[in-house]
Design a protein. Structure first.
Length: 464
């Protein structure tokens, strides 16, 4: 199998540390808000990687952290803790926010058929491990204390910018964008391992440490959690491309200095989902979630299908129109697949031939669009339905699009004239640009357990 490795900038023949076994670490969500569909693009494509490795016969161990402390508004160690921001926004405690959005993340992931990792570890559950790793980094001379914080000393490394030299400029841009440089840092690229001092004294979660009462930096959690569950040698590390620098660069600095040897062989980075105005992000106000898609009548698996139509190493531009087209195509495809009859014998030779075609697409750095084309080719092929079903069932172990499950009947529950009158009233309010009234009608119906679904053909509703 050929896999692109962001670390070497090359497509490489995939190899593992132990024969037949793959250890994968994934940066999990920062649980201060819902995951947006951009975040979920990364997790869908990582899911394809995991499922395909399993399909190809590997025994996969996948570990994911949950960031519930230490991720500041700027990835370059400045600003307020994102979790605290979420807690203030919703007048809750940080742990309540973390619990709520962790559950919401997995509920969304389930709807997208993203497999749960073998291990999920909230950062707040591993403080002792972080402290231990920081202690070793200090002992080995890779870290220093200044102004109450502990910093990683990037000047101690032969090469810090492991993913590419351009990253040095990215950091400067980050600093230029209105964020003050930290005077305690010996080198511009140094980063915090443990905070006891921050401008935000109301940091909610703090722990005792040899360096004072405080909290961990964001990067140390992934190094320590990975080593805890995957050991000293990692096969693949995943994440969205924005994590490459500084987060993954810092993870490599910490892990390799701590371990004293190379840590991870393959780096798998998924490019962004962009809107017409740029990258979709949690901090920039409006973003789309799985629930919003559902309210618009879009099946979450149609979004998965939309993502599989493009390569994970290309930016994907999102538009309502493109998603609606994908939803229509997905519904048609699933309806055709699910209608296949279970007639007669499976043609084993054809099954093998089609399996080879599928593997050819995915062995080539996961060209998922060609894997989807293979499904259409199966439907067109001169073979009986039972064979088509068997091939599609096999493909769906990786695609996970529920292709053989009948598409759910759309519930046309539009018999209640009172609700229809409210829908008409809301449509009139919207037309008159009286959005406050339109929202009030939506809220009134929601309070009765009725969800409105806006589709291009008009508004329908469902109960519950
Ligand atoms: P976060 O919850 O912000 O820590 O991000 C979770 C994951 O989503 C990380 O792997 C990010 O790199 C990734 N991510 C963030 N924004 C996008 C986007 N617009 N498209 C794809 N992946 C993203
Ligand atoms: Zn991470």
């Amino acid at each position: 199998m050929i896999l692109y490795n962001s670390l070497t900038h090359k497509r490489e023949e995939f190899y593992t540390n132990e024969p037949g076994k793959v250890k994968i670490y994934t940066c999990g969500p920062t649980v201060y808000h819902f995951a947006h569909i951009g975040n979920l693009r990364s997790y869908i494509m990582e899911d394809i990687l995991v499922r395909y490795l399993e399909y190809a016969g590997y025994d996969v161990l996948r570990v994911m952290n949950i960031t519930d402390v230490g991720h500041l508004s700027s990835d370059a160690d400045t600003g307020e803790d994102k979790m605290l921001k979420g807690a203030k926004r919703e007048h809750k405690t940080v742990m309540e926010i973390a619990d709520y959005y962790t559950k919401a993340f997995f509920a969304d992931a389930d709807k997208l058929n993203i497999k749960r990792p073998d291990v999920t570890q909230p950062a707040t559950g591993c403080i002792a491990e972080f402290i231990e790793m920081i202690k070793v980094l200090l002992e080995k001379g890779y870290a220093y204390q200044a102004g109450g914080n502990v910093y990683f000393d990037t000047s101690k490394l032969d090469r810090y910018y492991v993913f590419g030299e351009h990253d040095a400029e990215d950091l400067e841009v980050g600093v230029r964008e209105g964020v003050e440089a930290d005077e305690n840092k010996k080198n511009k690229a140094d980063f915090v391992l443990w905070f006891t001092k921050s401008k935000f004294e109301d940091q909610e979660l703090k722990w005792e440490s040899p360096w004072g009462y405080g909290y961990p930096g964001w990067h140390i959690e992934c190094s320590a959690i990975s080593v805890k569950y995957c050991g000293e040698y990692l096969d693949i590390h995943c994440g969205g491309i924005d994590n490459q620098f500084p987060h993954h660069t810092n993870e490599i600095a910490q892990s390799e200095s701590y371990l004293g040897h190379k840590w991870c062989n393959f780096w798998f980075h998924v490019l962004h989902l962009n809107t017409a105005s740029g990258k979709m992000s949690k901090s920039s106000g409006k973003f789309l979630t799985v629930s919003v898609l559902e309210e618009q009548g879009i099946d979450p698996l149609a979004y998965r299908y939309f993502c599989l139509n493009s390569h994970y190493r290309k930016n994907l531009v999102f538009s309502d129109e493109a998603l609606e087209n994908a939803a229509t195509a997905y519904k048609k495809l699933r309806t055709r697949c699910a209608a296949l009859k279970e007639d007669g014998e499976v043609n084993e030779a054809a099954l093998e031939e089609f399996r080879a075609k599928f593997r050819e697409a995915l062995d080539n750095d996961l060209v998922t669009s060609l894997a989807l084309t293979a499904v259409y080719d199966v439907l067109k092929a001169e073979i009986n339905d039972a064979t088509k079903r068997a091939i599609i069932a096999d493909y769906d172990k990786v695609l996970a699009l529920d292709l053989l499950k009948p598409y759910p009947e759309e519930k046309k529950d539009d018999a209640d004239p009172e609700i229809l009158a409210k829908i008409a009233e809301r449509a009139a309010a919207k037309k008159a640009k009286d959005y406050a009234k339109a929202d009030a009608i939506r809220a009134e119906l929601a309070a009765q357990g009725i969800t409105l679904i806006d589709t291009p053909q008009g508004t329908t509703y469902k109960r519950g």
